[in-house]
Design a protein around this ligand. Structure first.
Ligand code: NDP
Length: 284
């Protein structure tokens, strides 16, 4: 029977440290601040925004939201982004993606300087991730998944890790992070032939697919650690992961629930990144 790896303990552990650091900064007249930039009003963005604002407030980090209309033109968007990037009171910037189609990401991805880019939008931070340079910022969700593994002392060195998904926000960055931890990493995607044959080799299986409950026990090895990054809504609006937890729990060694798993760690990681950015910018 698998053991459920819950996110709350991981988030609390990060939060305690972050709050102490935020208080220390404030005692030295430095007010750490996150600015969230949202274009449009997608329910996913609004839900994450609410969770992020709540987390920052509870950790003594200032947080402001810039809400822009979904039909904003490219020039106006660039002006808004530059204003925020140049605002000295702001240490971390979270820009929700994907952006609407009139905003070409290639034209804007360097505007938030790497030192304020707390969710790895700027290609300089992507390059740092590839190089294993810890001065950058990985995407918060990818790091949240790794924090789960580390908190629960899951051995990574020399283990077979299989990541399903190759997006720039989860699959690819998390694969690089696992490689840095000396796992042997395989990345799967929608064109992988015979997916279960590959995933059954995994000591650590990461599901970042966006397909509700797709991973059943046929995809996993006995006693595997299964990290479910997926956040989907089923037909009744219930939040589900990419893993069918009920089906896998008997066979898995460890498994993260959804909700209550990786997703609950992401905003704590975001807060940690804001503090790190604030320290780097203030050389404190
Ligand atoms: P994307 O849609 O960008 O990427 C999905 C990936 O899964 C792609 O690489 C795709 O392959 C692959 N894929 C799709 N279908 C299959 C299949 N049948 N078999 C194998 N691979 C498949 O999603 P994201 O990476 O942005 O997000 C992944 C999941 O994580 C989603 O459920 C999302 O909601 C969740 N998420 C959770 C966050 C959190 O805070 N916990 C934050 C961000 C995302 P291909 O490249 O070939 O198309």
């Amino acid at each position: 029977m698998g053991y459920l790896l819950k996110g709350k303990a991981v988030a609390d552990n990060i939060s305690v440290r972050v709050k102490k650091e935020a208080e220390e900064l404030r005692r030295n007249n430095i007010v750490p601040k996150l600015k969230i930039i949202r274009v449009g009003e997608s329910e996913d963005d609004l839900a994450y925004e609410r969770a992020a604002v709540k987390r920052m407030t509870s950790l003594d980090i200032d947080c402001e939201v810039l809400s822009l209309p979904a039909d904003i033109d490219l020039d106006t968007f660039i002006d808004e982004l530059k204003n925020t990037a140049n605002d000295n009171s702001v240490h971390g910037i979270l820009l929700f993606r994907p952006l609407p189609e009139q905003i070409n990401e290639d034209e804007v991805k360097f505007i938030i300087g790497p030192e304020k880019d707390v969710d790895c939008f700027n290609p300089i931070n992507v390059a740092k991730l590839l190089e294993g340079d810890d001065t950058g910022f990985p995407p918060c969700t990818a790091r949240a998944a790794l924090e789960m593994l580390k908190f629960y002392d899951i051995e990574l060195k020399g283990k077979e890790a299989v990541v399903i998904g190759r997006s720039m926000v989860v699959g690819k960055p998390l694969s690089m992070m696992l490689l840095k931890e000396n796992s042997t990493v395989t990345i799967c995607h929608s064109k992988t032939t015979d997916l279960p044959e590959v995933t059954k080799r995994a000591d650590i299986l990461i599901a970042a697919i966006g397909k509700s409950r797709m991973i059943t026990d046929e995809y996993i090895k006995e006693n595997a650690t299964v990290i479910d990054v997926g956040i989907n809504a089923d037909n009744e609006g219930k939040i589900t992961g990419d893993v069918d937890t009920d089906d896998c729990i008997e066979k898995a060694g460890f498994i993260t629930p959804v909700p209550g798993g990786v997703g609950s760690v992401t905003t704590a990681v975001l807060a940690d990144h804001v503090i790190k950015a604030c320290r780097l910018i203030n050389k404190f």
